[in-house]
Design a protein around this ligand. Structure first.
Ligand SMILES: C[S@@+](CC[C@H](N)C(=O)[O-])C[C@H]1O[C@@H](n2cnc3c(N)ncnc32)[C@H](O)[C@@H]1O
Length: 139
């Protein structure tokens, strides 16, 4: 299942899905926080990928970043023990902030440099000159 707040990204993803005939793949247009909050308390993911979220580089906009301690808590609530959280960004300050938040979070344990489970470059990964990856596991 894939989530993005922008309709055009969901439409594009659905076109790719249809071309690839991936009938078991679904995309949801939603805010990431709202999506997690709307899930059943029985929902469990075995892997969660956060790929190139908007970095909001200006300090006064940092609060808009998706990857915050509250998001880590909401993700932990739908993660079984050992679930992988895979975060990738091309923005080094954001990466450092998330690495620190993961280290301080009681539900997640940094597992980097654990292997990334598979490589399939997203649109933004193809545009990025370099990127940084973090793997965490649900305790
Ligand atoms: C830099 S793009 C990366 C898109 C894609 N993940 C990739 O790697 O190519 C960031 C994406 O995050 C989406 N986004 C921004 N804020 C969001 C939020 N609160 N919840 C869900 N998606 C969000 C934007 O619509 C945009 O498509």
């Amino acid at each position: 299942m894939g989530v993005d707040i922008a309709s055009d990204r969901i439409a594009r993803a659905n076109r790719k899905r249809e071309r690839a005939r991936l009938d078991n793949l679904h995309f949801v247009r939603a805010d990431a926080d709202d999506f997690l909050a709307a899930l059943s308390e029985n929902a469990r993911f075995t892997a969660i990928f956060i790929l190139f979220p908007d970095p909001w580089p200006k300090r006064r906009h940092n609060k808009n970043r998706v990857m915050k301690p509250e998001f880590l808590s909401a993700a932990a609530a739908v993660a079984g023990k050992g679930t992988g959280l895979y975060f990738r960004t091309d923005h080094e300050p954001y990466f450092r902030e998330v690495a620190e938040a993961v280290r301080e979070h009681e539900d997640w344990e940094e597992a980097s440099p654990a292997a990334w489970p598979f490589e399939e470059a997203t649109v933004f990964q193809k545009r990025a000159e370099r990127h940084f990856s973090l793997v965490a596991k649900r305790r």
